[in-house]
Design a binder for this molecule. Structure first.
Ligand SMILES: NC(=O)c1ccc[n+]([C@@H]2O[C@H](COP(=O)([O-])OP(=O)(O)OC[C@H]3O[C@@H](n4cnc5c(N)ncnc54)[C@H](O)[C@@H]3O)[C@@H](O)[C@H]2O)c1
Length: 381
């Protein structure tokens, strides 16, 4: 099988995670890293034995041998980079949210369809084996009809007014912060598991810190580095720290969720509970190998990830035997592997989230923002 060539754009948290996962994907070579500063691009390229480092991603797009790009930069740059990449004939794997407006996402979705290139939006959390088990149990009728979906995505890394990141800046992040950053993962997962779409929603978004202490220099995500007082500006905040959403799912199911970046002690606390007419399932990202199954007339169960014991359609998302944990990092490998397999073999279906799924999340975000602003129910487009 001939090898595919790719490049990673962005040298922060996701740049590193993508580079590491790409090392574990068969038949793919990373030929360049692009960053805004040469020193960070070069450092990362050297660390992962990538032959080239550049400061302008457009340089990469001129290379006719390059098959794909990974876009791991702040949200507002996704649209220009994805558009330029598709126009240059490159397959695109873009971090979420796909864009900062529905209009941009619509344009990218249309362009991807027009070009026929493979496109993926990195809603990687779908690819935990236990998330797939929930999905396949629902497909197999084991849950019955879905009645209720509920849960949360709670983190604490923005709980002090000294916490700052480009995500606070609407110009870099878009008009929503928490709902775009992590709420979009939650809704993507719930729609994926249930096979139902949110028909209508009522959202209440809250900014707890109307100002934050912005470092005068840029800081990388999730490093926990604290700036000193003289190094900060007091900056108004326009995007939410917290959101609560109640929603109607499909024809008759109902749901409720919260998303927060100010919940002390919750590091990456995504939980999903699905209640059906036959049984329930509940899963928590911080204990990814466990799935709780709730029954009315027989004892509840906690099953542990073991591909030989999962439904076969879910077991294929796990690479290791039971007792050998698979977590966050592995979800990227699962997405990337399917993305590159579909580039190598055009007859394969796209078994991963695409631009159109990213667009779906942008439409939900629009509805959440409008609902919270007008204190009313909104039907997403
Ligand atoms: N799928 C997931 O689980 C997940 C997790 C975290 C972040 N993300 C997404 O990944 C993206 C990046 O987030 P992050 O946490 O890695 O941020 P980060 O701040 O750690 O890194 C962003 C990097 O992009 C660089 N950059 C900015 N503009 C650029 C440009 N025009 N060209 C090249 N590099 C540029 C910055 O210098 C920085 O190195 C965001 O869209 C975010 O929503 C996804």
């Amino acid at each position: 099988m001939s090898r595919l060539k790719t490049a990673v754009i962005g040298t922060g948290f996701m740049g590193r995670v993508h580079l590491e996962a790409l090392r574990r994907v068969e038949h793919v070579d990373v030929i360049a890293v692009a960053g805004r500063q040469m020193d960070s691009a070069k450092k990362l390229a050297d660390l992962y034995d990538v032959p080239a480092a550049v400061t302008d991603y457009k340089e990469l797009l001129k290379d006719p041998t390059l098959d794909a790009v990974h876009i791991c930069t702040p949200n507002a740059s996704h649209y220009p980079i994805a558009k330029a990449s598709l126009l240059a004939g490159k397959n695109v794997l873009c971090e979420k949210p796909v864009a900062v407006s529905t209009q941009e996402a619509e344009e990218l979705t249309a362009l991807a369809a027009e070009t026929g290139l493979r496109n993926c939006v990195c809603h990687n959390l779908r690819f935990y084996p236990m998330v797939q088990q929930m999905r396949r149990m629902r497909e197999a009728g084991q849950l019955g009809d879905v009645l209720v979906a509920q849960g949360t995505y709670s983190q604490d890394w923005m709980m002090f007014d000294t916490d700052w990141n480009w995500r606070v800046d609407e110009k870099a992040s878009g008009p929503s912060r928490v709902m775009a950053d992590i709420g979009s993962h939650w809704f993507d997962m719930v729609e994926h598991i249930t096979g139902l779409q949110v028909q209508s929603l009522c959202a209440d978004l809250q900014i707890f810190f109307p100002t934050r202490k912005q470092p005068k220099r840029s800081v990388e995500s999730f490093t926990g580095k604290m700036p000193s007082e003289e190094d900060v500006d007091i900056t108004p905040v326009t995007t939410e720290d917290f959101g609560a959403v109640i929603f109607r799912l499909g024809q008759s199911a109902r749901g409720a969720m919260t998303a927060s970046q100010v919940s002390a002690g919750r590091k990456n606390g995504l939980s999903v509970e699905i209640y059906g007419t036959k049984a329930s399932v509940a899963w928590n990202q911080e204990r990814p190998d466990e799935l709780w199954i709730g029954n009315r007339n027989t004892p509840n169960q906690i099953i542990i990830k073991d591909p030989s014991l999962l439904l076969p359609s879910a077991g294929k998302y796990a690479d290791l035997p039971g007792g050998h944990s698979e977590g966050y990092d592995d979800t990227f490998k699962q997405v990337f592997r399917r993305f590159y397999a579909s580039i190598a073999d055009p007859s394969l279906p796209a078994d991963y989230p695409q631009m159109k799924d990213g667009l779906r999340q942008m439409r939900l975000l629009d509805a959440e923002l409008a609902s919270s602003k007008n204190r009313s129910w909104v039907n997403p487009k």
